[in-house]
Design a protein around this ligand. Structure first.
Ligand code: 3HC
Ligand code: NAI
Length: 708
């Protein structure tokens, strides 16, 4: 229900002596266009038309933004009038000049409101864009019809298909806005602009009548080029081609028909599961930031970072910290390793310079923040130290003993271990409250995920500091508990085992990889193994061999490859062949022969798998272990598992993550699959108690996500 008083407050209209009706949207945090805002805006325009004293209208946003877009939380619920397209049409139809003065975000529906106004300005620091595509949508309040009329088909398609934001200057160049506000104060600049327009008796100027599509031939060519490119690049996605269709309608149909067409396409997008998946991802990646410790404690300041180890991870972590403007002190075993560590970092920057994405002076500035040492004493005054040495508990404990000795009181001591027991590492020092896991993903300067692994004794302020650090490094932090592999690698081990079982039972690794790619992952599990290097997993398997349940199924195919020295890309062959350093592999008949031999050795008669069955097993394994991780409190909520897989494991974003996907296909169906698979291998396929409980209650994973 709407509270009219509240609505009054959310959209305030003030008629000034100079005849300008200032309409201020005040709907924190981003002035999203919820039903109250739409009603308020509509009423304000009615008032402007009805009152003679009004000579012009100025629309501004209160707070940090103009308008962040439609209210995403309303999608999927019963629509409440007036619709946003109606509001935009009413603004455009206003008989008095309407000016939009933009600061901060004018995104999606926010930009569409501005496009419906008759004149627009933006101040420096504005972000304009039509990012609906990132949510599985298209601009549905006239954006697909007005934008190409205003700035031409090609520029409009680029904005809508990329979803990118443009600043005030580029918006001015594109013709999205008429001017850049000279003072930077949107209200003051907007008022000055409106006064000028009144003085010049400027007419209303409707975007629907703009001539951006007049050059029909080039518009048609732009649309066709966009269609070809989109079919190739976004083949898994639903909304991008609908955007192209909508722009075609803008070219071919009168404005009002085009709007109707846009509406139909928009509703199709709203109904698509991709919209639900992408919007889930949008909220989930914000929700993960709100770990309980971030509310309970104040972060410690982190103005300097130490990194132990300059290998693959140490170098990547150092780059991430340098890029965030932090000074980094790297400690290595000896001068040669230190020089290699520095060279790893320089190589990253040289790559960027070569591609023109970094200037030489910027590289020099980043490198000037780096210092190296072979002595731990160099870390005496550092605020946060991240250890990235060999994956060996004794080696790590020795490093932590050194840190305990040299680091100042209050320094945060972090480990980047992938699997090891961080509680044990913490227990080995005199200050366990300062010890935390910061699990970066390779390449650490690029991958967005940061698992913040929270051991039993760590201080809440240390956890809060880790979340603050993630923000600085532009990482997406997910809180995880201590266990073998934390959230991501623990779940990975299980679905990788499911893939191994299928391989031994009759599916080729190439079919499995293809099916997984078709599902939307960039790579299948065997391609991933080849990329990461088979030796790492092999070492882990050998380490765990003694502890393995002798009754549990163990597929030896990967061991057979490793015994031959086939570790993947770095050795030129693994599950695939990589002739002459090729980065994409080709299927290897010798691997197929080894797989056949292993099947025979295990006494298995191979059977055929459909791609659908492969995905059902692969996903059921992932979902079941994801549920265990939530059940045990290793992940706070299902959405934390989703974000882990979206940002660390290439899970297709439009499916929202494994737990969201489970809800989409129905948890009862997933459970039925697990129970059916358990008939063959009850040890491996043990339904998670959490799934059983949710299915019994008729509930889904989403019901566990609303904790904040
Ligand atoms: N609807 C509802 N809530 C929104 C929202 C929206 N459009 N945009 C942001 N929020 C919420 C966030 O969920 C967050 O909530 P929380 O505090 O409870 O976690 C809060 O607002 C603040 O958001 P951010 O943390 O992202 O704040 P920032 O200051 O970092 O960024 C922003 C602000 C640039 C506006 C960013 O929030 C953003 O990109 N928002 C989405 C923009 C967008 O995609 N708009 C298009 C919507 S679809 C549409 O308009 C359809 C139309 O064509 C019909
Ligand atoms: P790496 O072998 O590339 O680098 C390790 C570095 O540590 C080497 O340069 C070595 O000289 C140095 N080192 C070893 N002992 C040292 C000591 N006592 N003092 C100072 N330096 C020492 O290993 P990588 O891949 O960088 O892994 C490091 C850690 O990160 C491991 O714990 C690993 O499990 C973890 N990790 C690895 C990921 C990966 O994809 N490679 C992903 C996430 C975590």
């Amino acid at each position: 229900m709407t509270n009219p008083e509240l609505a009054d407050d959310i959209v305030r209209s003030e008629l000034r002596d100079d005849g300008i009706l200032v309409v201020t949207l005040d709907n924190p945090p981003v002035n999203a266009l919820g039903v109250d805002v739409r009603r308020g805006l509509l009423a304000a325009i009615e008032k402007a038309d009805a009152e003679r004293a009004v000579t012009a209208v100025l629309i501004v946003g209160a707070g940090r933004n103009f308008i962040g877009g439609a209210d995403i939380r309303e999608f999927g619920k019963l629509p409440q009038p007036p619709s946003l397209p109606e509001v935009c049409n009413r603004i455009e139809a206003c008989t008095k000049p309407v000016v939009a003065a933009i600061h901060g975000a004018a995104l999606g529906g926010g930009l569409e409101v501005a496009l419906a106004a008759h004149y627009r300005l933006a101040v420096e620091g504005s972000k304009l864009g039509l990012p609906e595509v990132t949510l599985g949508l298209l601009p549905g309040a006239g954006g697909t019809q007005r934008t190409p009329r205003l700035i031409g088909a090609q520029a409009a398609l680029d904005l809508m298909l990329s979803g990118r934001h443009v600043g005030a200057k580029e918006a001015r160049t594109l013709g999205l806005v008429d001017r850049i506000g000279p003072t930077g104060d949107a209200l003051a600049d907007g008022l000055a602009y409106a006064q000028e327009l009144i003085a010049a008796r400027a007419p209303v100027r409707r975007t629907r009548d703009a001539a951006g599509l007049a050059e029909r031939k080039s518009s048609r060519a732009a649309i066709e080029a966009a269609r070809t490119e989109t079919s190739r690049k976004s083949r898994d996605l639903f909304s991008p081609l609908k955007i192209v269709d909508a722009v075609q309608a803008a070219l071919e149909q009168p404005f009002d028909d085009g709007l109707r067409h846009e509406r139909q396409l928009f509703l199709q997008c709203i109904d698509s599961p991709q919209r639900a998946g992408l919007i889930h991802a949008f909220f989930a990646e914000r929700e993960v930031q709100k770990a309980p410790e971030t509310r309970a404690a104040k972060p410690r300041p982190i103005a300097s970072v130490g990194v132990i180890g300059g290998g693959t991870m140490g170098a990547g972590i150092a780059v991430a910290a340098l890029d965030a403007g932090l000074p980094v002190t790297m400690v290595e075993r000896d001068e040669a390793s230190l020089a290699r560590g520095r060279a790893h970092i320089e190589k990253v920057y040289d790559g960027l310079v070569a591609k023109g994405r970094m200037s030489e002076p910027a590289k020099a500035a980043a490198m000037s923040r780096w210092t190296g040492s072979t002595s731990y004493d160099a870390l005496a005054s550092i605020d946060l130290v991240i250890e990235a040495v060999f994956e060996d508990l004794d080696v790590k404990k020795a490093v932590f003993a050194e840190l305990d000795r040299v680091c100042k009181p209050g320094a945060i001591l972090a480990t980047n271990t992938s699997y090891l027991d961080i509680d044990a590492i913490a227990a080995s020092v005199s200050r366990p409250a300062d010890v935390i896991g910061l699990h970066f993903f390779s390449p650490a300067n690029i991958m967005k995920l940061l698992e913040v692994v929270v051991p039993a004794q760590v201080g809440a302020d240390v956890v809060a500091s880790a979340f603050e650090l993630a923000k600085k490094l532009r990482k997406v932090p997910v809180r995880a508990g201590v266990c073998d592999g934390f959230i991501g690698n623990r779940v990975l081990a299980v679905y990788r085992a499911a893939a191994d079982h299928m391989m031994e039972d009759g599916a080729s690794p190439y079919q499995i990889d293809r099916a997984v790619r078709e599902f939307g992952f960039p790579m299948g599990p065997f391609q991933v193994a080849d990329l990461a290097g088979g030796d790492i997993g092999w070492a882990a398997r050998k380490r765990r061999a003694a502890a393995r349940d002798p009754e549990a199924r163990y597929v030896q195919i990967a061991d057979r490859l490793c015994e031959r020295g086939w570790f993947g890309q770095k050795t030129g062959r693994g599950f695939y062949l990589y002739p002459e350093g090729a980065r994409t592999g080709t299927p290897d008949p010798e691997v197929e022969a080894i797989v056949d031999a292993e099947r025979a050795r295990a006494g298995i008669t191979p059977r055929a798998f459909t791609d659908d069955e492969i995905i059902r097993r692969y996903m059921a394994a992932m979902i079941n272990e994801g549920a265990n991780v939530v059940h045990e409190g290793i992940a706070l909520r299902p959405l934390d598992v989703d974000v882990t897989f979206l940002y660390g494991y290439g899970f297709p974003r439009h499916r929202g993550g494994p737990m969201k996907y489970a809800d989409t296909v129905g948890l009862a169906n997933v459970l039925a699959d697990i129970r059916a698979f358990a008939k063959e291998d009850p040890r491996f396929w043990r339904p998670s108690p959490l799934i059983v409980e949710l299915v019994e209650r008729g509930a889904d994973f989403a019901s566990l996500n609303h904790t904040s």
